[in-house]
Design a protein around this ligand. Structure first.
Ligand code: FMN
Length: 234
């Protein structure tokens, strides 16, 4: 399986990176994974300029590394967003990536892929970041099978830290082995709202509307049906 991994920390000794790499190593003991790992310091990504052209044309006019990241995401079965907690939110480098793929949430670009969210704090704000990353992953279309929150105190004692890595990787492996991927109520609600919006003649987001037509999204009555069709579930 190909995995796209984005780690939203600039720190050389990033705890988020440490956990993510160790989790991947643990997963790789039982699963063949070919991963593409990007951290905040090895990509050149500019902030969204707010022109909204991506909604209309399906393309961004900014020339930077975002196209590389988008291609890797599209070609991966597993998407991992790993983020430190900054004032109970994701850091700006993480938000930059999310802003630049916002138009994908209108077409469920990552439907059928496995989503994994990770967040690391020094002691508070984890829930807010976990909820936000889950929301982002779901409306991008992924099936979120794991959303891990960690605090620094859990990473100090090696035995405790290792047992968390082992337990979380075991849960992920079980879900992958048993194909326990599912859709959520939030995805169903998003599908209904988007379907209505795509049918509205006043909506001028040409690319998105065409995507819905071309990919026969309108043939499905809800996200469940679309998900089952994409996953080829009878
Ligand atoms: C600007 C900034 C804001 C932060 N805000 C929080 C916070 O709200 N809650 C918290 O527990 N830790 C906070 N931290 C601490 C980081 O979440 C913590 O050090 C984390 O382990 C950093 O991850 P990293 O080592 O992968 O960069 C903050 C750190 C910075 C630099």
């Amino acid at each position: 399986m190909n995995a796209f991994v984005y780690i939203g920390s600039y720190r050389q000794q990033s705890r988020t990176k440490d956990f993510t790499l160790k989790l991947l190593d643990s997963l790789k003991e039982q699963l063949e994974i070919d991963e593409d790992i990007f951290t905040a310091c090895d990509v050149n990504i500019r902030e969204c300029q707010g022109c909204c052209k991506c909604f209309v044309c399906g393309k961004c006019t900014i020339r930077d590394d975002m196209n590389i990241l988008k291609n890797r995401m599209i070609n991966s079965q597993i998407i991992i967003f790993a983020s430190p907690v900054y004032l109970w939110q994701v850091p700006s480098n993480m938000k930059k990536i999310i802003d630049r793929i916002t138009y994908w949430t209108h077409i469920f670009q990552l439907i059928g892929k496995i989503g994994i969210c990770i967040n690391v704090s020094s002691g508070n704000g984890n829930k807010m970041v976990a909820d936000y990353l889950q929301f982002v992953m779901e409306i991008l279309g992924t099936s979120v099978i794991s959303n891990i929150s960690l605090q620094e105190k859990e990473m100090i004692n090696e035995a405790v830290y290792n047992s968390i890595i082992w337990a979380e990787s075991k849960k992920i492996l079980n879900k992958i082995k048993n194909s326990q991927f599912d859709f959520s109520l939030r995805q169903e609600e998003a599908y209904i709202a988007l379907r209505k919006d795509m049918m509205n003649p006043a909506n001028n987001k040409r690319y998105e509307k065409e995507f819905w037509f071309r990919n026969k999204y309108f043939d499905c009555i809800g996200f469940k049906e679309l998900y089952q069709r994409e996953m080829k579930i009878e």
